[in-house]
Design a protein around this ligand. Structure first.
Ligand code: SF4
Length: 473
């Protein structure tokens, strides 16, 4: 019997805890880290064709040296490595060293390369290929045979760059049951989860809404085959997984499908708790009741702004009133909320930012995540910023969890950063909020909760956030 080629799925080391997941990336604000869905899905797709190994250097806390020695021990023929927007420079350096040291073919997968894959291949000779769509049904064949096609770009034998720089989805996708046995599942934790061990599952790809600051709006919407999804549910139940975080950018696009998935959860993995991201305009109490009875305990909702003008400008397809109704409905049905809020989108004024903070305080989700607008490569926002020269030339990293980098002649990056710091202080340092979070934390693994608190405040100290200072705004 011929031996299968050896393929390593790699989340490379990073100096700080940088999330690389589902094409996106940011630094972990509170020490949370979940399994990258890209690597999970790839492991399910590729396990029949390759001898697989996984190194999640961030979750495992590996230094570059230790990671290199683990790679050496496996001797991969192919390395498929994540590259994130926050760590792009160091990711490219690591890919170059690993490719040179082990003579492996190196494929990269990550948001920054999605719409610029050919440029990266032309510029960096150590990259042998770029995976554009990690749920492509023919991915294994593309990697093995280096065939012309779409969803994967290659460097040909003569150095020429092949493949179509297009992300396509034809019909439903499948990725089978991921190779869970090779992932360090005990290392993953998030304050969103009630129970451990937890994992991520993808039921759809892309988002039809198309907000101007979001990469997912540029990916075609496609659904995962329900048979394939339910097979994974059955495996998770048998394997003792207690919590699922759905990795869909927008889980509630199709109401009938959400109901079918809820029925599938009740039938195949009853008792597992789960969370998902929803668009405010697509939920109501009837749907929430179905989701709750199937184990949903938390929804993530992108509120983004307290200004209807800004929401309209960026094509959010939602407004303040819609968001308020959605939050009320979740609270009435007993579903916790994580609200996402952005400061510093071009076109925003100081008054708009204040309206965003006021809305966050009024909605009062269990967790509020405040970010700065970030021109992630591939988004319409990044295209506009590049065209108009709005990206601060001093910027070394693109991280919505860190410092603002857009200088569009309106709000300055310093003003936006101050507002984000102020918002965190205003939102979390309220006696009532502290008490609520303490009570909520009783539902979650207790040591994890202390760890998040320690991580959040020590990171704040390291990055110079002054929670006691008065913000200018
Ligand atoms: S609705 Fe959410 S996932 Fe969809 S494009 Fe907008 S921000 Fe992205």
């Amino acid at each position: 019997m011929t031996e299968m080629p050896r393929l390593l799925l790699l989340n490379p080391p990073s100096e700080r805890m940088a999330v690389r997941d589902n094409y996106y990336g940011c630094s972990s604000k509170a020490g949370y880290y979940w399994p990258p869905i890209d690597l999970l899905a790839l492991s399910g797709k590729l396990r029949r064709y390759f001898t697989l190994s996984v190194i999640d250097a961030v979750a495992q806390g590996l230094s570059s040296g230790k990671c290199m020695s683990l790679i050496k021990g496996f001797e991969p023929d192919i390395i498929v490595m994540l590259a994130g927007p926050v760590t792009l420079k160091s990711d490219l350096e690591f890919a170059s060293s690993a490719g040179a040291a082990f003579k492996s073919r190196v494929f990269l997968s990550g948001g920054p390369l999605l719409f610029h894959g050919k440029e990266f291949l032309a510029r960096y000779e150590f990259i042998d290929g770029v995976i554009l769509n990690f749920v492509d049904n023919n991915l294994a064949e593309h990697i093995l045979k280096a065939e012309e096609g779409y969803n994967v770009l290659y460097r040909g034998a003569g150095g020429d760059i092949r493949g179509e720089e297009k992300i396509r989805c034809r019909g439903d996708f499948s990725y089978g049951v991921p190779a869970y046995e090779i992932f360090p599942l005990k290392r993953y934790r998030t304050p969103l989860a009630w129970k451990k061990p937890l994992t991520c599952v993808k039921a759809s790809f892309g988002c039809p809404v198309g907000c101007g600051f979001c990469l997912y709006g540029r990916l075609p919407y496609a659904a995962r085959s329900l048979d394939d999804l339910f097979a994974e549910f059955r495996y998770l139940k048998r394997a003792g997984i207690k919590e699922i975080m759905f990795s869909d950018p927008n889980f509630t696009v199709d109401r009938a499908r959400v109901e079918a998935i809820c029925e599938g959860i009740s039938r195949h993995c009853m008792g597992i708790r789960w969370s998902a991201a929803a668009h405010a305009a697509s939920i109501d109490r009837g749907l929430l009741r179905v989701m709750k009875s199937a184990g949903c305990h938390l929804l993530e909702i992108g509120v983004e702004s307290g200004s209807d003008r800004i929401l309209q400008l960026y094509g959010k397809n939602s407004d303040r009133r819609t968001v308020e109704k959605a939050f009320d409905a979740c609270k009435l049905e007993g579903i916790d909320l994580l609200g996402y809020f952005i400061f510093g989108l071009p076109g925003e004024s100081a008054r708009d930012m204040r309206a965003t903070l006021d809305l966050a305080l009024e909605l009062d989700p269990y967790i509020a995540s405040f970010s700065v607008a970030c021109p992630y490569l591939g988004t319409p926002l990044a295209d506009e910023c590049c065209r108009k020269g709005w990206i601060d030339p001093e910027t070394e990293e693109f991280d919505s969890s860190s410092k603002a980098s857009i200088n569009c002649g309106g709000l300055t990056p310093a003003e936006v950063n101050k507002m984000k710091e102020y918002a965190y202080r205003k939102f979390y340092l309220r006696p009532g909020k502290i008490l609520k979070i303490a009570l909520q934390s009783l539902k979650r693994p207790p040591l994890d909760f202390l760890y998040y608190l320690w991580y959040f405040f020590s990171r704040a100290a390291m990055t110079g956030r002054s929670f006691g200072s008065r913000a200018v705004l």
